[in-house]
Design a protein around this ligand. Structure first.
Ligand code: BGC
Length: 345
């Protein structure tokens, strides 16, 4: 994985540019500068998102400064301050922690910098111009629909993502919309229900190991919120020779997840083409930096005509559509160019 520029390198480059700025300059419109702060580069979705943002900015002829926070909210706060001090005209922010990020959005607003909340919603602030994401409740519904079809009756382990990520709540709400009625009917029994701190596969592994032990391996289905946590769950199943016998969901169309679908140890994943999400965010950030109204922003035929409540207000939202992937339609991911056919061999 390519390491992104550390703050000190960025600062050094900025200082060097400042020194050369004494030289005579061509006159012309000033280049738009966009800042972006991503929560992590651990999952491939964030790596691909970053690459797509860089490509989108280059294509649009704007400057993009993109940093990643190693899942650390304090580090992200410092990075956002640094970006703001560098005179960015719009901020794309995917929070490491949804509520801590409110103060970052507020600082951006104080500096008159519009904020695009990217993939994950920033909670408890009015200072978000636009939320660009997927229909995250739908992601959960796709997981719940596949899982209840695969296992209409039986013992379920329910895992949700990191509690500091608002998406985790939306994914779970969507999945439970489908699963809960079958629990109420008595067909499904939930034998464990736990959040996976920090989305860490190792935490998912422990949760599933413990649930298997507590239930003498009598588990039929596992709701895993993404491919990383599905990987941890399947490792725990493997230890008990149960991999392939217990239905497991996922999300992200990661190569490892797609390979497990081919091997039959994971049943499904959810494909969110985050190249589009990243591209849409950069386009939106440019429009906002130019002072265009949110209502005028559209991407790929989708407009910002939806809202998602963040605890303070209904945030204007541009939501892309996720797709459920099983062995039957795995080629959709290849055809889109998101992964190569050779990646799956
Ligand atoms: C993203 C998922 C990702 C997870 C862990 C969520 O906010 O929507 O795609 O797997 O974070 O990084």
């Amino acid at each position: 994985m390519k390491k992104i520029l550390s703050f000190s390198v960025v600062a050094a480059v900025v200082a060097a540019l400042a020194l050369t700025s004494c030289a005579p300059q061509a006159t012309g419109p000033k280049k738009i500068v966009i800042g972006a702060s991503l929560p992590t580069q651990r999952e491939a979705v964030w790596v691909k998102g970053r690459q797509a943002m860089i490509a989108a900015a280059a294509a649009a002829g704007v400057e993009l400064k993109v940093l990643s926070a190693d899942a650390d909210a304090a580090q992200q706060a410092n990075q956002v301050e640094s970006l703001l001090s560098q005179g960015i005209q719009a901020l794309i922010l995917a929070p490491a922690d949804a509520t801590t990020a409110a103060s970052m959005a507020d600082k951006a607003a104080a500096a008159k910098v519009p904020v695009v909340s990217y993939d994950r919603l920033i909670l408890d602030t009015k200072n978000i111009a636009l939320y660009v994401s997927f229909d995250n409740e739908k992601v959960g519904e796709l997981q719940g629909e596949w899982l209840t079809k695969a296992v209409p009756k039986g013992n379920y382990i329910i895992m949700s993502g990191d509690p500091g990520d608002n998406n985790a709540k939306l994914f779970k709400a969507g999945a439970m919309k489908i699963i809960q009625p079958l629990v109420d009917k008595g067909d499904i029994k939930i034998v464990a229900d736990q959040a996976v701190a920090n989305w860490l596969p190792s935490n998912a592994l422990t949760i599933v190991e413990q649930a298997l032990t507590a239930n003498k391996n009598k588990v039929n289905a596992i709701l895993a919120p993404n491919d990383g946590t599905a990987g941890g769950a399947i490792q725990a199943l493997n230890e008990q020779k149960l991999a392939g016998k217990v239905a497991v969901t996922g999300q992200d169309a990661e190569i490892a997840g797609l390979k497990r679908i081919m091997a039959g140890t994971q049943g499904m994943t959810v494909f969110k083409d985050n190249r589009k999400e990243a591209d849409a965010s950069v386009q939106a950030a440019i429009a906002l930096a130019q002072g265009q109204p949110v209502a005028s922003i559209t991407y790929d035929g989708v407009s910002a005509n939806q809202t998602v409540n963040n605890g303070t207000f209904d945030v204007p939202s541009l939501l892309l559509t996720p797709e459920a992937i099983t062995k039957a339609n795995i080629q959709d991911v290849v055809k889109s160019g998101y992964v190569k056919a050779t990646d799956l061999q």
